[in-house]
Design a protein around this ligand. Structure first.
Ligand SMILES: NC(=O)c1ccc[n+]([C@@H]2O[C@H](COP(=O)([O-])OP(=O)(O)OC[C@H]3O[C@@H](n4cnc5c(N)ncnc54)[C@H](O)[C@@H]3O)[C@@H](O)[C@H]2O)c1
Length: 334
């Protein structure tokens, strides 16, 4: 028996990336239907990837098709309503990051998720990047001792479509910033963020945030600093952790991992691990397999709405801090 999937949003990510991966898992999933307000995109996605039917209205798809799960890749201001519609239709959901436009929207999804007892996975794919997984593994083995400080950087080229407009939930913090915040929270485990201070350079034409530098302080006193930019032209995602015994750094897309730490004998000297031919896109395949496995096993999605809520508490506070020019306390997490 395969999981019957409907795709909502046949744009860059839904059509070219996620559908291609799902199609490779044809022993585990059936691609039943896809939907996009641009019917040409929906029909092209169906014919390229083998969805049996294309819809212009995803609500019609949810009503008419016999589905087990929905994959949602829409502009940010539409992610929440589509997730809630799919949950109400009785489906498990994979929704792309950041799952909404603010923490209030994530709370709305959580309410419905609990009510219908279905599971929502949120697409924080970088946790499945092989070099990043190795970094986490080495941190858990105390290769660099106890964590003292973290630095994260995420950047790419200028946002140019709906994602550049605040009214669609755009802006660089929501597009790229959420990824690096999620990874910092992942590394910090059960520690909760308590304070955020952020300064932002705004795009004067588009009105959205372009470059930001901010800090997060956690309840155990550890601090993280982050920089996010729209002006590097190429995409970068870097995470560097300093500990009581050394430091470790992982770069994407180069997949280079550097470590020097006294916690494990192999890494007393600076060690640079460079893959022969890095597949910097492999994380998406690992991510979708993890989601499929969670549905087959009937377990909660490995990265869920509570993770997305924590990320958004920080992003909301970063926007507020940039606006008010002061640090913001995080409330509502425990
Ligand atoms: N995890 C990652 O690395 C990654 C990378 C890129 C994008 N994303 C995420 O994927 C999501 C989509 O981004 P994208 O780059 O594919 O955007 P996109 O603009 O390329 O695609 C969005 C699609 O949604 C369609 N759409 C708009 N309104 C609709 C509606 N009411 N019903 C159905 N379809 C509608 C558009 O026609 C378009 O085809 C976002 O959440 C984004 O953050 C994630």
């Amino acid at each position: 028996m395969t999981i019957k999937i409907g795709l909502i949003g046949c744009g860059g990510h839904g059509r070219q990336r996620l559908s291609k991966i799902l199609n490779n898992f044809s022993d585990l999933v059936s691609l039943v239907a896809c939907a996009d307000t641009d019917i040409v995109a929906a029909q092209a996605t169906a014919s390229e990837h083998g969805y049996l039917k294309a819809y212009v209205n995803y609500k019609d798809m949810l009503e008419k098709e016999d589905l087990d799960a929905a994959v949602i890749a829409l502009p940010h201001d539409l992610l929440k309503s589509a997730s809630i519609s799919a949950l109400h239709a009785g489906l498990d959901v994979f929704v792309e990051k950041p799952a909404g436009v603010d923490s209030g929207e994530i709370l709305e999804i959580i309410d419905v998720e609990n009510e219908v007892n279905k599971s929502v996975m949120v697409g924080y794919c970088m946790r499945y990047n092989p070099a990043r997984k190795k970094l986490k593994e080495l941190l858990d083995l105390k290769s660099v001792g106890e964590i003292i400080q973290i630095h994260g950087h995420k950047s790419g080229s200028q946002l140019g479509t709906w994602n550049a407009h605040m009214k669609h939930g755009g802006g660089q913090l929501r597009w790229h910033g959420v990824h690096i915040v999620d990874q910092i929270l992942w590394v910090m485990g059960n520690n909760l963020p308590v304070n955020v201070y952020c300064e932002t350079r705004w795009d004067k034409v588009l009105g959205s945030d372009q470059d930001s530098a901010f800090s997060i302080v956690f309840d155990n006193g550890i601090s993280a600093s982050l920089t996010v930019s729209s002006r590097t032209k190429q995409n970068f995602d870097v995470l560097e952790v300093y500990g009581t015994n050394g430091r470790i750094r992982s770069e994407w897309p180069s997949e280079i991992l550097e470590i020097q730490g006294n916690g494990l004998p192999d890494y007393h000297n600076l060690t640079r691990i460079t893959p022969d031919s890095p597949d910097y896109m492999e994380m998406y395949t690992i991510q979708m397999k993890a989601w499929i496995d969670s549905m087959l096993e009937g377990t909660k999605a490995p990265i869920g709405t509570v993770d997305a809520l924590k990320v958004y508490k920080i992003i909301d506070a970063a926007y507020k801090s940039a606006d008010l020019g002061k640090s913001i306390n995080i409330t509502g997490l425990s």
